[in-house]
Design a protein around this ligand. Sequence first.
Ligand code: HEM
Length: 397
Amino acid sequence: MSQVSKLPFVDYSDPEYQENPFRWLADKARKLKLARSERGVEILDYQLCREFLIDRAFGTDHANLVEKMGLPDSRARDFKRRMLLTQNRGDTRKRIRNSLVQLIGPAQAGGLRRDIADVVSKLLDGISGSTINLKHDFADLVPAGVYCRWVDAPLSDARFVADSSEAVLAIFRRDPSLTKSIVAAYDRLFDYTKVQLEKRRADMGDDFLSRLIRIREAGGLSEYELEDFAVMLIEASTDNTAHQITIAVDRLTAMPDVWQAIGKDSSLAGAAVWETMRLWPRSISTSRVALIDTQLNGTPIPAGTTVFASFGAAHRQADIFQGPHRFDASRPQMPPHLNFGGGAFSCLGQFVANIEVEEAVAQLANRYPKMEVKKAEREYTPMFQIIPNLQVELEGR
Ligand code: HEM
């Protein structure tokens, strides 16, 4: 029997996981640093998660995911094989990441705040009715609207962008019954971005697609990579952020003092959002595959093993975060939360995502200090926290 199969088993189908996932994970982590589950090895310890994220013995798990999902010959499969997520460390990964850093890296993100604030404000101006589904009617449209602004597309495209991102990210549910709809969503995205690129080529400007076309013309990207890039920007930039906005509003409105304080002073939003991402991260885990025979905390891990860093567990570790279940926005930001992963595969959109969530929260709290959640549908996969429906009364209490 392998050492991995001797690890204690954690069962995500336990109904208590759905009831209270972060307490459930914290409870496991109090007894275990390493476990196994139906999907692979689980790292539950904060320090071990951080070491793992930068460990060169582990690489991207995305190619395995594509195989598991049985993607047929299609543009989606070609895209997945070529694109950033399936590239391990090396020149291609570096080159693609660098092109993206030029658009949305830390140096650029600050300058994007004005645009983001403006998109949020326009979306709020367009809200009608006293009760809305905050996820569908607002949060989805924030990152999707920002994408439209980036590529100089009309804000009315935001619904399509948001729905497409949600449809293709369903790949992380690891459920092959969804493969057909995922491939169809990629087809729609490729058709859409092809038209956008043609428009830009006919009328170049300073938008992201024009800038990527210039990188292509200077030899920094192939034609395929240019098209892939346009699709990847939609894929990666939208659904995670929309969910994190919804999660933040769900949790922060449950603390009226905190919500109202942010509404009066928007400079409080940054720390509140940071703490929300620690306590209720959109990314409950991220995955890697062992590239060679290696070990974790003394347990031998054979090459080919899929391993997950459980941020949900690590973020509630008492010796790292004092009073780990308590919301405390005055907590020091070090050690950091892991919601955006780490190392060579870390989230490239984290600077933009932080601003989008902060702006959405600050402007909502300012306009609607009495906002109240009336109904929430919350779902927890081992990978993600999902809120498909958050009914809020805008003028609440
Ligand atoms: C709150 C919102 C977001 C969350 C929680 C999130 C989370 C993540 C996580 C966990 C990863 C994998 C990191 C790892 O395995 O170490 C990732 C990768 C990535 N994210 Fe995000 N993300 C968000 C928003 C965005 C945005 C707005 C963009 C783009 C504008 C973006 C672009 C990417 C890209 C391109 C990758 C792949 C990086 C690579 O493989 O090198 N993300 N994200």
